[in-house]
Design a protein around this ligand. Structure first.
Ligand code: ADQ
Length: 466
């Protein structure tokens, strides 16, 4: 068995049973432990001068190797190109995307640091797996240094339509850098096909019936491979004492009203503003039910150094205040808006106490909250998932109530329908969803990707360094 080398912006080795970590950390940690591999990336720390010093630690049976970055690298690579250029563009928000040469240079430079530092750690039989949009050029940089190993890349966010991508000055360089990988994975076929559009139209690529892209002498296997959660673990968390205590507390606080829950990082891609407006529409259109529901929105701030995130935070505070001011009564507030993260077991209890899970991103690579909500439900009395059709998860979850998150009316209608849904229909939908979430879980995802990578003939052609 080949060793696995995982490379990602941040390194978060997790204990087997998850703790405060997400499913991705758990799945990658399990794979690394099995293969005796290394997880390499940024420590999250700043240093005065980049030295390439690697800090090795052993955690939960996995070796992690991290480096510190200089302030300028963090500003240009992480806050800049990753979060102010690529993130908005890849979520179709070219109105928010900032195109600055300094960001592009800093991104390239930092990826070169990563490549330079990790290269000596890689042994001839290792498989290398690079994660996400922070690291597009890393494979190419490793090839430039002579690495012949199999290298895979997985994108956790959407791939934008070609017309949007062409607004990025470095679009061609960026896509060409992906040709250095042997396997490139996306969550959905939609993102894969958008990538193919660009590769065909702008690079003259040809895609065969096995989703192998050929550009010149390079061949790259494309894979639509949706990430899952550890559904069994999450269901067990939902039955844990902490989850039960949180469930009871939240349930009591709703005093008999139906709880609607939203859980998201505070990010403009998650459609929080549209969600609040859709909920308000429901209140306006259903005066009789008005005081029978409460929306609990949990949204811990993220990327607070980036201005568009400060703006969305202000907008949401204003909107929640306005809606609460307009509709609240002496004993009822329509929106409880909480800017804080919770441990996963507590979160599982909140999901379970909620009659509706409201997941309405405007654009999302996958969305794991939708899957966690399903896994946390009580089979005897499950809640209803309302899901944006623009989340990658919608492909696998047709039994949810799918909505267009831009339409306040559709959100309002779906809330009404979910509240009125009879128990047998709720159970039928939930069973189908739970079966999918359990079958296509995070281990299934990881295995599908690493199997595809293992199936690639070792020793890629010499032209790989192009
Ligand atoms: P994210 O954009 O972070 O991930 P998501 O998939 O929903 O989005 O994952 C968020 C995770 O954070 C979930 O596990 C959730 O439980 C946790 N979380 C959110 N709010 C929390 C809170 N208040 N307290 C505690 N935990 C909280 C990116 C892509 C997604 C893709 C994932 C994985 O944007 O589309 O699904 O990567 O590929």
């Amino acid at each position: 068995m080949s060793r696995l080398i995982v490379i990602s912006n941040r390194v978060t080795a997790a204990s087997a049973k998850g703790g405060a970590q997400g499913g991705l950390a758990v799945a990658l940690t399990a794979a690394l432990r099995e293969s005796g591999g290394i997880w390499f990336g940024w420590s999250g720390e700043q240093t005065d001068q980049f030295t390439g010093h690697i800090n090795f630690t052993r955690s939960h049976g996995v070796t992690t190797a991290t480096i510190d970055l200089e302030e300028q690298d963090i500003e240009e690579y992480y806050n800049g190109y990753a979060n102010r250029t690529l993130w908005p563009l890849f979520h179709y928000r070219i109105d928010l995307a900032e195109y600055e040469r300094d960001f592009a240079h800093g991104y390239q430079r930092t990826n070169e640091w990563f490549a330079e530092t990790v290269y000596p750690l890689i042994e001839p039989d290792d498989m290398v797996w690079v994660q996400d949009y922070h690291m597009f050029p890393l494979g190419q940089e490793l090839r430039r240094r002579g690495l012949k190993n199999r290298i895979g890349f997985f994108l956790h966010i959407p791939w934008p339509p070609r017309r949007l991508l062409t607004t990025l000055p470095e679009a061609r360089t960026l896509v060409e850098s992906l040709l250095a990988y042997d396997v490139v994975g996306f969550h959905t076929r939609e993102w894969l096909l958008s990538f193919c559009d660009y590769a065909r139209e702008d690079l003259g690529g040809v895609i065969d019936e096995n989703d192998v892209l050929t550009v010149g002498t390079r061949k790259v296997r494309l894979l639509a491979c949706p990430i899952g959660i550890d559904a069994e673990e999450f269901a067990a968390l939902a039955a844990s004492p902490v989850a039960q205590a949180t469930h009871d507390r939240v349930h009591r606080s709703a005093v008999g009203r139906a709880l609607i829950v939203g859980v998201d990082r505070l990010d403009y891609s998650k459609g929080l503003e549209e969600r609040f407006l859709g909920y308000e529409r429901f209140l306006l259109e259903n005066p009789a039910e008005r005081k029978e529901v409460v929306l609990l929105q949990i949204a811990p701030p993220s990327r607070a150094d980036v201005e568009s995130y400060q703006r969305i935070r202000n907008t949401l505070e204003g909107l929640a205040g306005r809606i609460n001011g307009a509709h609240a009564g002496l004993d009822w507030v329509p929106i409880r808006y909480v800017n804080q993260g919770y441990p996963r077991d507590a979160l599982a209890g909140v999901y379970r106490a909620s009659r509706i899970g409201l997941v309405t991103p405007l654009r999302d690579g996958m969305n794991l909250v939708a899957k966690e909500y399903v896994a946390a439900q009580d089979p005897a009395d499950p809640g209803v998932l309302i899901l944006s059709r623009f989340a990658g998860a919608a492909d696998q979850m047709p039994e949810a109530l799918l909505v267009n998150p831009h339409s306040a009316e559709e959100i309002a209608d779906a809330i009404g329908r979910a509240l009125a849904m009879p128990l047998d229909e709720r159970q039928r939908r939930w069973q189908a969803l739970m079966e999918g979430v359990t079958r296509e879980d995070v281990i299934w995802w990881r295995k599908r990707f690493t199997d595809a990578l293992a199936a690639v003939a070792a020793d890629p052609p010499a032209t790989a360094s192009a």
